[in-house]
Design a protein around this ligand. Sequence first.
Ligand SMILES: Nc1ncnc2c1ncn2[C@@H]1O[C@H](COP(=O)(O)OP(=O)(O)O)[C@@H](O)[C@H]1O
Ligand SMILES: [Mg+2]
Length: 386
Amino acid sequence: MTVIEPGCTLGILGGGQLGRMLALEAKRMGYRVITLDPELDAPCGQVADAQIVARYDDQEAVAQLGDRSDVLTYEFENVPAASVQWLEAEGRRVHPSSAVLTITQNRWREKMFVANLGIGVPRFRAIASVEDGEQAAREIGFPALLKLISGGYDGKGQALVRTPAEAREALCRWGISEDVSAEPRAIWEQWVPFVKEVSMIGVRDERGTVLTYPLVENTHVDNILDTSIVPARVAPEVEEEAQRIVRAIGEHLGIVGVYCVEMFLLEDGRLLVNEIAPRPHNSGHYTLDACVVSQFENHVRAICGLPIAPPQLRSAAIMVNVLGDGSGHRLIGVERILEDPRVRLHLYGKRDARRKRKMGHVTILVEDVSEALALAHRVRQHLRWG
Ligand SMILES: Nc1ncnc2c1ncn2[C@@H]1O[C@H](COP(=O)(O)OP(=O)(O)O)[C@@H](O)[C@H]1O
Ligand SMILES: [Mg+2]
């Protein structure tokens, strides 16, 4: 296990905001960064030393990224596992491994993996045909969430269905035919009447040490993360149970790097795992401002073979996502929100503020989470696109 020292080059597959924040932390620590993304001037490309503009499945470009990097990682889980496998086959050091990606980019495998650890998940069934859908309707019932097994994010590739007709319509829309021999392409998932959505960031190093960040409480709007509050307002037993789950998942995945586990908290205090992200996560952005060592720095440390740091929370915080709304590309109100010294602004350098596009986030450091929601509301009132 050799240490990849500062001065070496980190290669990042994917050039979005997660790559950008990772690159900024890596640069601060003295690393060089190169990213690969199909979009010219990608958020990460703007701050990296270099960007290769190519598709993630362009084998030659991926090989070039490998040639120019000392260690590689990816910043979103829809990068083809094959691209990571090519790099591994060439003997490149890639974290997390393609084995981790193969599980986490497939909702079906991921759910089976978690369930096999004896950890609770919503009831689910793989769907390859309309007939499977009818079977699931009898077994699991309505309301249900139909989710495409691969390729979805931020609520894309999901349908909430309340009746057999709605379920048939969604399956037809996705082209899931009556051919019973086909590979399952979707899952039928029980709709969970959760009391809270929570998530926890974990980091695991090459030696197998796992450290966990505090539990975060998340609110979603239209299936996209809207607000994260830390520490989560839950009983200490819930926090401990979440730590146990996150630790078990990290250990059994054998992941090296940062990962996030999204969970539903039920009325009776039980936690069900919703999904795993094998990378830094939107609900961990607060760590840049509120923790001694951020999720991004710990990711750099883990993949480079450096000691990972216990995530000490310096302050309670609330994070508010800033999404585009289609009404303009200039963010108005920045000077108003920055009048409050507790507010920290992060923008991702995206020019086109399309509706629902993640453009940035704001972290507000607070004494106490009870004041956080009012402050977040004020930030939202001042910010608009024009
Ligand atoms: N089984 C479920 N029951 C209730 N709500 C759900 C369920 N699955 C997903 N959701 C809601 O939809 C959001 C997005 O779903 P998720 O599976 O996390 O997909 P992704 O984040 O990849 O788009 C969740 O954060 C949650 O708010
Ligand atoms: Mg999710």
